[in-house]
Design a protein around this ligand. Structure first.
Ligand code: NDP
Length: 291
């Protein structure tokens, strides 16, 4: 029987409806949630991501500010803007779209964002807080995956979870969240020996690799939950130009119990969780201002 499809668009629509209600309530109390987005350079994919984030804000009643810099921008100018936004009490979230041009020190830029406004959850302090189970902004993509697992009431405690990928923005925080939820987690990467051995015993398999259709049906345990984080644009063949994930959807869906599609899976959830973090930040700012 083909797998159940975990629909990221439908779940996003539900969560964004709830968010709009919260944003309206905050606005009525004089605190409209506000997200500032910084885009450096002309990378077309980054421009699309920023456009989608800004559009998501508008629909949810969240104010958005967009600051664009050319590819050869001086890092000091961007750091100056971050300092200005850090000090502005009407701004609740600051996001710097990655990747940055090569002459930027990405880590220094992310660390310059005030922890309380780091709605992407990439600041080292937020990462540390997450690893210790303290209140933190959780990176949006793995947080969105957890919401998707929750939506299908996936049994996490005691489950074998395998995450392919160990990046700071997806793989590592994903492993931390699944561990915190009680799963037994294995993190695989390019140096993993016999990847299939690991994937075939996964009750929950998360693919965050960046390689189109890398995970095929024969790598999936029957009945497993397969979460496809990948977003790749096919270069060749009849589907050239189309988006696809890191999972070969057609073969994997015949084996898995549940699976996320691309597009319409994790992608929309990532933006939704960014909006959630921005509203949470505004709620905290309002509570703080009232002492
Ligand atoms: P990175 O390139 O930073 O990380 C890729 C990871 O995959 C690395 O840890 C790498 O291992 C591992 N890997 C590469 N090749 C293999 C292999 N043959 N076998 C096992 N592991 C391998 O990518 P990101 O984490 O940033 O992104 C992953 C994917 O998710 C991309 O397609 C990206 O576009 C997408 N993405 C989607 C988002 C969304 O909203 N849906 C958000 C963010 C990313 P090693 O560490 O050893 O190099």
């Amino acid at each position: 029987m083909p797998a159940r499809i975990i629909d990221g668009n439908a779940l996003s629509a539900k969560l964004r409806g709830e968010l709009a209600t919260k944003a309206a309530a905050l606005t009525a109390q004089g605190t409209q949630p506000c997200l500032a987005v910084i885009l450096v350079g002309g990378d077309p994919a980054s421009a699309v991501y920023v456009r989608n984030k800004v559009a998501g804000c508008e629909k949810a009643g969240i104010k958005s500010l967009k600051f664009e810099y050319p590819q050869d921008a001086a890092p000091a100018d961007v750091l100056g803007k971050i300092a200005e936004l850090n000090a502005d009490p009407s701004v609740h979230g600051i996001l710097v779209q990655l990747p940055l041009p090569k002459h930027f020190d990405e880590k220094a830029v992310l660390e310059a964002i005030k922890v309380e406004k780091d709605v992407d959850g990439f600041h080292a302090e937020n990462v540390g807080r997450l690893s210790q189970g303290q209140e933190a902004f959780i990176p949006c993509t793995p947080n969105g995956v957890m919401e998707m697992l929750k939506s299908i009431e996936a049994p996490l405690r005691g489950a074998e979870a395998v995450v392919i990928g160990r990046s700071n923005i997806v793989g590592k925080p994903m492993a931390m969240l699944l561990t915190a939820a009680g799963a037994t987690v294995t993190v695989c990467h390019s140096g993993t020996r016999d990847l299939n051995f690991h994937t075939r015993r996964a009750d929950i398999l998360v693919a965050a690799i960046g390689k189109p259709k890398f995970v095929t049906g024969d790598m999936v345990k029957p009945g497993a939950i397969v979460i496809d984080v990948g977003i790749n644009r096919l270069q060749d063949g009849p589907d050239a130009g189309k988006l696809c994930g890191d999972v070969d959807f057609d073969s994997a869906k015949e084996v898995a119990g549940a699976i996320t599609p691309v597009p319409g899976g994790v992608g929309p959830m990532t933006i939704t969780m960014l909006l959630v973090n921005t509203v949470v930040s505004a709620e905290r700012a309002l509570a703080k201002s009232r002492g």
